[in-house]
Design a protein around this ligand. Structure first.
Ligand code: GLC
Length: 531
């Protein structure tokens, strides 16, 4: 039987920003539960929740201080249980973000570890007498001096996110217990945060530099990591029907492809496609082809273009609505498991600030600090901070106009779109031409056509700015024509028995020889194979 996640479309919920249920201005489980009908109606059948465990939130919850509770900002365990039950009743599965690589420095494990060199938990973290040159991914040294014992501890991210020592079997056991706990709470799987960082090279050699950039040669993707990940996968998969998606922090397909498969993670995020910085249809196409060529039969790609860690794709790709629809069409019809980022379905834009005091993201704040230290002016530092800050895509879901916090603080180098205010659910719900309606149509189409869920490519082409592909399950073939160019195209030879399914530019189309695809049109048709 086809695994459920192969037929699913996931939706990422950034916990504090999706829906506030108790009026304190912070998203929570009660809020999410109240929007489950919206999500069902949208047509998604999987949710990925960013961390919801108690945390000082230096890195918004990716610094976990207690793996067995719900952060009070998000509600109670009872709220969580109601939410899971209600989601499951609607056929929506839920995966929890789990940070296995590091804990908050406030976690009792670390407090014990740092208390003395002889503490039994000393070895749960990575302590050294001297730092090496490894840099934190948020900037600055990855080593922090701790006065209590006069040693340095390792943190790949913020100094409040302390890396665990996964070569210690007690650490592994503690984390397996955590997974068991949440699996028994009926989560349907996990999104495993920075999972390729679990091990560092025990030679602790300095990382090399290419120009000013450090190459992270010894602090990620180390030998032995695949075995550890296979153990995690085997543990989780003892429970029937559980799903694992790994965040493998790399855009290199050669690295990404090591981490998924039958014995390993079910899928990993394909940053090789998803994190293209500016819009380039040919580059996206090349990413699809390269993935198709590199992956074995038991490996399935993921498709996403936004997340809580990056700029929203609509802003990144220039703000054009037609283009955004084309990208959405690609994401929901190409081969792979799609992950929609909350708010993209209504076309929410990036946010930037002209006031550093309003910035929350540790990565932006660190960028600001380092820029000032390197002699930049505060204006230049703010620009760096905005570039690095992930607050961009973390603003509250715009359910209606009142929730628009958007662009009041926009610095002069950002253009505010005219229709920014109209970007909200209330306005779009009943508008057949809205982004929201388009997403719904796409999700509906995907739900109705097995070939869009599990079909192989029959062809995958690129010509003059148009990506086209056919996907088939042997019974029917769905043909997707994505004309990213400003020129009308005519396509021949697509087969017989063609039927119109969906377009961004028209409601119907007579299909014969020579199909006209308008500029910037997404056109989806099907060929019935067995008649
Ligand atoms: C992942 C998360 C990111 C976080 C980092 C450290 O990349 O997606 O938000 O800052 O891990 O935990």
């Amino acid at each position: 039987m086809t695994k459920w996640w192969k037929q699913s479309v996931f939706y990422e919920i950034y916990m504090p920003s999706f829906k506030d249920g108790n009026g304190d201005g912070i998203g929570d489980f009660a809020g999410i539960s109240s929007k489950l009908d919206y999500l069902k109606d949208l047509g998604v059948n999987g949710l990925w929740l960013t961390p919801f465990y108690p945390s000082p939130k230096v890195d918004n919850g990716y610094d976990i201080a207690d793996y067995y509770e719900i952060d009070s900002d998000y509600g109670t365990m009872a709220d969580f249980e109601v939410f899971i039950k209600e989601a499951h009743q609607r056929g929506i599965r839920v995966i929890a973000d789990l940070v296995l690589n590091h804990t908050s420095s406030a976690h009792p494990w670390f407090q014990e570890s740092k208390s003395s060199k002889d503490h039994p938990k000393r070895d749960w973290y990575l302590w050294r007498n001297e730092p090496n040159n490894w840099e934190s991914f948020f900037g600055g040294s990855a080593w922090e001096y701790d006065e209590t014992t006069g040693q340095y501890y390792y943190h790949a991210f913020a100094k409040e996110q302390v890396d665990l020592n996964w070569t210690n079997p007690e650490v592994k056991k503690a984390m397996f217990d955590v997974m068991k706990f949440w699996l028994e709470k009926e989560v349907d799987g996990f999104r495993l945060d920075v999972i390729n960082f679990l091990k560092v090279n025990d030679s602790y050699q300095d990382n090399p530099y290419v120009g000013e950039e450090q190459t992270h040669l010894y602090d990620k993707d180390q030998e032995g990591i695949l075995t550890t990940i296979e153990e995690i996968a085997a543990f989780v998969h003892q429970y029937p029907d559980k799903f694992l998606v790994g965040e493998v922090g790399s855009e290199d397909l050669e690295i990404l492809k090591r981490y998924s498969g039958l014995e390993s993670l079910d899928v990993v995020f394909n940053f090789n496609i998803g994190s293209v910085e500016t819009f380039d249809s040919e580059r996206i196409f090349r990413g699809l082809v390269a993935t198709e060529e590199a992956y074995r039969e038991d490996q399935i790609p993921t498709l996403f273009f936004s997340s809580h860690d990056m700029s929203r794709f609509i802003s990144r790709f220039g703000g054009d609505l037609d283009r955004a629809k084309l990208v959405a069409a690609l994401m929901l019809t190409a081969k792979g498991v799609p992950f929609i980022y909350f708010g993209d379905e209504i076309g929410m834009r990036d946010w930037v600030t002209d006031d550093i005091n309003k910035m929350k993201d540790v990565q932006g704040l660190m960028g600001y600090k380092l820029a000032l230290e390197s002699g930049k002016t505060s204006e230049e530092a703010l620009r760096v901070a905005n570039e690095k800050s992930r607050d961009k895509s973390r603003t509250p879901m715009q359910w209606d106009e009142s929730e628009f916090v958007g662009f009041s603080d926009v610095p002069p180098w950002i253009t505010v779109p005219d229709d920014a205010l109209e970007v909200n659910v209330a306005d779009q719900l009943d508008d057949p031409d809205s982004m929201l309606s388009f997403y719904k149509s796409l999700l509906g189409l995907r739900g109705e056509h097995a070939s869009l869920q599990v079909g192989d490519y029959e062809f995958l082409r690129y010509e003059d700015g148009m990506i086209s592909f056919g996907r088939t399950d042997g019974i029917e073939k769905v043909i997707v024509l994505l004309n990213f160019s400003d020129v009308v195209r005519v396509v021949d030879g697509l087969g017989e028995n063609l039927e119109f399914l969906l377009s961004t530019k028209r409601n119907d189309l007579e299909l014969g020889e020579g199909i006209t695809v308008f500029e910037n049109e997404a056109l989806i048709i099907k060929e019935v194979l067995s008649r």
